[in-house]
Design a protein around this ligand. Structure first.
Ligand code: PLP
Length: 445
């Protein structure tokens, strides 16, 4: 047997070797076909093997693949920045390119802190976040994240940033209305700001819809308006982490468009290049950039590969593809269709507690008791059972329980490519229902 020298997430575990992909499908060396029902980690949003993107890659490679961003600019990077300023809400017109979502949120954090410094305020350097959140794996991004499992080993080295609850109506609404829940969340934010001191907080960061740490937890239309009003009252910037939800995933170009609030800074990644190259961006408003332009004129961040023309050209081609084939609209339409089908399954299922989300960003939470909403014990590891049973059926779904914190139950995300057709959705639902039945039998037996 050939020895592998590749470090994998779980050492010693065997992973099938993928040979190629086509549309929503992936194929492994054994010839097994999988539907990419999660777009990998909510990334491959235009599907696999798209010829237009391959052509754009080759075109750019023929011109130039790399220049250093402190020496040159390129048409590819300039055009991508222009495109993002067109599709981003409000006056978010300035893009800082990085290579991953973690770098995008970490850059957002640094820009927020620098913004206050440029204004002569040096104490505003904490970021307030939410306990059910994931903003990335680097130390700064992890410091802002509530994902207990991913934090735990590094806890002593992380900043102890303040945090508040996330909107989790499935469990929090109980005796309260959604409106009362939102008032509670906003009040909690205000109380925390007063406890820490507004002069110590640069920004509030939130995913418009929570991904990895909750499974498409979706706020009400008013939630962000209430949270933003608190931020404004205390001079705190608002960073929307759209790494997972951005670029059409939720049926709008950016998920914040559902909630009628324009952030000061947006972090985006994943679907921005649809997995064809590492590419992410921190998109910054005019207001924030003005402070930089009239201050030190330097944004104190950057990576060797930032704004490299090869990745920029690929990402630009992905954004054109999304526009050309109306994939944001398709996400809204197919998402509603898929959600309807999963809700039908939920009526028959004994373990589906909640179906949530917008567009092709859907979360499914599993419970032991649907009436009392009691979660399964951790030992049963229902999330892994669901993921594995679907894998066997040839359907990839994304695990989304933050784990070990008692906050999130067992949950998964269904987020197929935005290119998916109605017939393909039917096949996703068929495979999912077979896997679900299998897990239900296992748990009852
Ligand atoms: N922010 C959010 C909301 C994410 O879901 C993720 C990754 O899952 C990240 C940031 C980190 O992105 P990356 O894995 O590209 O570093």
């Amino acid at each position: 047997m050939t020895r592998s020298f590749l470090i994998k997430p779980v050492l010693g575990q065997k992973y099938p070797c993928v040979t190629h992909g086509n549309g929503i499908y992936l194929f492994d060396k054994q010839g097994k076909q999988y539907i990419d029902g999660s777009s990998g980690a909510v990334t491959a949003s235009i599907g696999h093997g798209v010829q237009e993107i391959i052509d754009a890659m080759a075109e750019q490679a023929k011109k130039v693949s790399f220049v250093y961003r402190s020496q040159f600019t390129t048409e590819a990077a300039e055009q991508l920045a222009k495109k993002l300023s067109e599709i981003a809400p409000g006056d978010l017109n300035w893009s800082f390119f990085v290579n991953s979502g973690s770098e995008a949120t970490e850059t957002a954090m640094k820009i927020a802190i620098q913004y206050w410094q440029e204004k002569g305020i040096t104490t505003k350097n904490k970021i307030i976040s939410r306990r059910m959140s994931y903003h990335g794996i680097t130390m700064g991004a992890l410091s802002m994240s509530g994902h207990v499992q991913r934090r735990s080993r590094f806890e002593p080295m992380l900043e102890n940033y303040p945090s508040v609850s996330a909107p989790y109506y499935y469990r929090d609404a109980g005796n309260l209305t959604i409106e009362e829940c939102d008032d509670f969340y906003a009040q909690e934010l205000e109380t925390e700001i007063l406890r820490v001191g507004k002069d110590n907080i640069a920004a509030f960061i939130a995913e418009p819809m929570i991904g990895a740490a909750g499974g498409a937890l979706t706020p009400s239309e008013q939630y962000f308006q209430k949270m933003k009003a608190v931020c404004d009252r205390y001079d705190i910037l608002f960073i929307a982490d759209e790494v997972m939800t951005g670029i059409g995933r939720t049926g709008k170009m950016f998920a914040m468009e559902h909630f009628g609030v324009i952030p000061d800074i947006i972090a985006t990644g994943k679907g921005m290049s649809a997995g064809y190259t590492p590419m992410a961006a921190t998109i910054v408003s005019e207001r924030v950039m003005e402070a930089m332009f009239s201050g030190s004129k330097v944004v104190m961040s950057g990576h060797t590969f930032s704004a490299n023309p090869q990745s920029a050209a690929i990402s630009l081609a992905v954004l054109h593809y999304i526009e050309k084939y109306n994939l944001v609209e398709n996400s809204a339409e197919m998402g509603a269709y898929l959600k309807g089908k999963i809700c039908e399954l939920a009526e028959k299922s004994e373990i589906i507690g909640d179906v949530r989300g917008k567009g092709l960003f859907l979360g499914i939470e599993f419970v032991e008791d649907q009436l009392t909403k009691t979660s399964f014990s951790r030992e049963l590891d229902v999330t892994s059972r669901i993921v594995n049973a679907n894998f066997e059926e040839g359907l990839l779904v994304y695990p989304a329980n933050a784990g070990q914190d008692g906050l999130t139950g067992d949950a998964i995300i269904l987020s197929p490519p935005l290119t998916i057709t109605k017939e393909e959705v039917d096949e996703v639902v068929r495979r999912f229902s077979v896997a679900l039945e299998k897990v239900e039998k296992e748990l009852s037996g």
